[in-house]
Design a protein around this ligand. Structure first.
Ligand code: BGC
Length: 329
């Protein structure tokens, strides 16, 4: 009898201890979960997009990337920024192909050249949505475009240059590339605008491959071959900077009218110093932001408008405090 009583007591004791231990560990578990939620703000992104610029370290494209990252943060996406180190169509297409093979959730790409159409269509065929940014390829199956109306921007540039030079100018154009659809449209818009003005003549068009060094070389060439040139239009983000370097070294900075494109830091500094007269400013940050926002709508099956044209403005040195603020965002 005594033996049974002892056994019961031992069993009851064991049960009490194991109950107490269970309660203790349950409470600790709840506490540590709460701690985890507090200590880490990490939220797993829902979508993986790729943004393919014309060239990685170009300050214009870095602004597009900033906008894309801001939208990615808001909409729970991650944007992988990958592209050629220097403008190069085959590299560009290679990154697009790799993105298709990696089955990313969406591709945001500059619609640089007609030769990209096949790979864009292939992505769509594989169920990967594509949005073009900055430059469009309307002949492809891309779902939407976000960026400047490049023809209209060229027209605006031509009309402005004509006004600012009093309708009398021999113009040299340095353009980013003869192949890029966007650059071609800017030159065409410019030519169409000045074609109506008898005192304006385009004396030469050269390509910089979007490099400031080559822009300077091509500007030298124009100065050499057309000494009568008294105005320049640089149609991509670094062209104005290169043209200005050539004009300065030839002592022509004050006599030549220079219209640039975009508001990268060096352009703004040259404007402040009186070396660039005006610039056509696009909205790269907004392009990046809007294209990611649209892509999220697309992957969620929402219908979207095809063309999202971002505005361009003509910025003069007198406007600079405002445009500098805008650039820093
Ligand atoms: C154009 C881009 C180009 C960049 C090059 C910008 O003006 O919109 O298409 O890649 O210049 O610097």
């Amino acid at each position: 009898m005594k033996l049974y009583r002892g056994l019961y007591a031992a069993l009851a004791g064991l049960l009490a201890v194991s109950f107490a231990l269970t309660v203790y560990f349950m409470i600790r578990g709840v506490q540590s979960d709460a701690g985890l939620a507090k200590s880490s703000e990490y939220v797993r992104p829902h979508y993986h997009f790729v943004l393919i610029p014309e060239e990685m370290d170009n300050p214009y494209w870095r602004s597009v990337q900033k906008g894309a990252d801001a939208a990615a943060k808001k909409y729970g996406a991650v944007v992988e920024y990958r592209g050629p180190v220097q403008s190069n169509l085959s590299e560009h297409i290679k990154v697009m192909r790799e993105s298709v093979a990696a089955k990313v959730d969406g591709i945001l790409t500059q619609g640089l050249d007609e030769r990209e159409v096949a790979v864009i269509n292939d992505a769509i065929q594989h169920g990967i949505p594509v949005v073009t940014v900055d430059t469009d390829l309307p002949g492809s199956r891309r779902l939407a475009y976000v960026g400047t109306d490049n023809y209209a921007a060229g027209l605006k540039a031509g009309r402005y240059l004509a006004k600012a030079t009093g309708g009398l100018a021999k113009v040299g154009i340095v353009t980013g590339s003869f192949e890029s659809t966007g650059q071609r449209l800017r030159v065409k818009g410019f030519r169409d605008a000045v074609a109506e003005i008898p005192g304006i003549e385009v004396v030469a068009v050269e390509s910089s491959q979007i490099s400031r060094v080559q822009a300077a070389e091509k500007a030298y060439k124009i100065f050499r071959e057309h000494p009568e040139v008294n105005a320049f239009f640089g149609t991509s983000a670094l062209d104005g900077i290169g043209i200005s370097a050539a004009a300065q070294s030839l002592g022509q900075s004050k006599t030549v009218f220079l219209l640039a494109f975009d508001a990268v830091e060096d352009t703004l500094t040259l404007m402040k110093d009186g070396k660039i007269d005006a610039t056509i400013v696009q909205k790269p940050y907004e392009m990046g932001y809007e294209s990611v926002r649209l892509m999220v709508e697309i992957v969620n099956g929402k219908p979207v408008t095809e063309r999202h044209v971002t505005p361009v403005n003509i910025v003069l040195p007198a406007d600079l405090p405002l445009s500098r603020k805008a650039e820093r965002r």
